[in-house]
Design a protein around this ligand. Structure first.
Ligand SMILES: [Cu+2]
Length: 439
């Protein structure tokens, strides 16, 4: 970054603060409370100096920070995490601060950032800041830019974020990445992007190879049977919400072994950014499926024009299922011999472990078993509306959860009244917490 540009950002920050009459400490305080208060309070709030529209990472919490002079200080702990990825599957992942993926870090372009990192893993690790232009000493590559952080040790990263965009942090060790060691780092721009959005959401794409009756991911696998958005499989993924007619931003990050074509139903979007930052408007063109390659970020924006519960999902067919191994264990090699009784019994043994009522909402033909290839999707749907109920699922049609599997979520585009009714349920005292933060 050139000195002129850097000076410009510094000036802009000062001018911004001056314009809105905020002292630096007030500004800092505001930002601090922003990160620790429930995010709902900031939705739809107008732009102000020092404030930004925070990204919401469904099912993952934000990492709070404190100020040390002009530095935003974050505490990140790498550690093993028991992660429930589906109502009937808990795995032994690794993550940060009890969360997998790790908690979301949100900063503003120009911020000085310090991350006090503690390694509670059983082996050495480092933290890499994916996409950030920072000094080599902060790059987090073991043996090249630093000594690995030994178990029980702390390490301090500190840098200035001069970019804007969608970045992420991850362990710079392949197997640790596949155990789940990554999280968002979003740098909000000095000047709000145009056109402005009402909601900004983030999804992290991960894949896991965990055999039936096992809990430890096989990080050397080349085939994956569990696919997650923000660490959970549908229907556990918390639906995104949009007010009808509003503009939505969706940031998608992929760290796994596969590329994922992420598809949005019923709307067209434009790609407004990549892992390198905001893309110029002249590059935007309509599409509804974006390929998110490994190590990439894709930011899309769209007008939520049509009311309804619209799917957002990876379109690779096998990524739209929960555990190929569990669901198809008898089908893969003897599809035609599969009996209805066998198919039902394997689903019921899964259901018993939750437990929830095992619902097969869709009918099959009377003579279905005479047709070679039957069953395919029959008997795999598992209605579990009550198990995954939360304010964001309020009002969905009965058995909605039977239509949701794998790397899948939905955006509920809602007229004003219904939108507000759900927000009210979310903010009601005693409402179930949106986020589960293990430690
Ligand atoms: Cu996929």
């Amino acid at each position: 970054m050139s000195g002129t540009r850097r000076r410009f950002f510094q000036d802009a920050a000062v001018i911004g603060a001056g314009l809105f009459g905020l002292s630096k400490s007030l500004q800092a305080q505001d930002e601090k409370s922003m990160a620790t208060r429930p995010r709902e309070a900031h939705r739809g709030s107008g732009p102000a100096a020092g404030a930004f529209l925070p990204m919401i990472t469904p099912d993952v919490a934000d990492l709070p920070h404190e100020m040390d002079g002009g530095v935003k200080v974050f505490h990140l702990v790498g550690e093993p995490v028991k992660k429930k990825i589906a109502p009937f599957k808990t795995i032994d992942a690794w993550g940060y601060n009890g969360s997998c993926p790790g908690p979301t870090i949100q900063v503003r372009q120009g911020d000085r950032v310090r991350v006090v990192f503690e390694n509670r893993l059983p082996e050495s690790t480092t933290l890499h800041w994916h996409g950030l232009e920072i000094p080599i000493e902060q790059d987090g590559v073991p043996y090249i830019s630093q000594k690995p952080v030994a178990p029980g040790e702390k390490y301090i990263y500190e840098f200035t974020v001069h970019q804007e965009g969608t970045f992420f942090y991850h362990a710079h060790s392949a197997m640790q990445e596949m155990m789940g060691q990554l999280g968002f780092l979003v740098a909000h721009p000095e000047r709000e992007y145009k056109p402005r959005v009402e909601n900004d959401y983030g999804l992290i794409l991960q894949e896991w190879a965990v055999l039936p009756s096992n809990t430890v991911p096989n990080t050397a696998a080349m085939e994956y049977n569990w696919l997650t958005f923000n660490g959970v499989c549908a229907p556990m993924t918390t639906p995104l919400l949009a007010r009808l007619g509003s503009r939505v931003r969706l940031r998608i990050v992929n760290l796994g072994m596969d590329h994922h074509p992420v598809h949005l139903h019923g709307h067209q979007f434009v790609v407004t950014g990549t892992e390198g930052g905001r893309a110029p408007e002249s590059t935007w063109y309509p599409m509804n499926t974006v390929l998110v390659g490994v190590a990439q970020a894709r930011v899309v924006e769209f007008e939520a024009k049509y009311p309804g519960a619209w799917m957002i999902h990876c379109h690779l067919p096998h990524h739209m299922m929960n555990s190929m191994m569990d669901l198809l264990r008898d089908r893969q090699i003897q599809t035609a011999d599969q009996t209805e009784a066998k198919a039902i019994s394997q689903m019921e043994s899964l259901a018993r472990s939750v437990p929830f009522e095992h619902v097969h909402p869709s009918p099959v033909a009377r003579d279905a078993e005479k047709v070679p290839g039957f069953p395919q999707d029959a008997f795999m749907e598992m209605g579990m509306d009550e198990v995954v109920e939360k304010p964001e699922t309020y009002g969905l049609p009965k058995n909605w959860s039977a239509g949701m599997m794998g790397m899948m979520t939905m955006i509920r585009v809602l007229p004003e009244k219904e939108y507000d009714a759900i927000l009210e349920r979310k903010n009601a005292p005693g409402a179930p917490a949106e986020h589960h933060h293990g430690s």
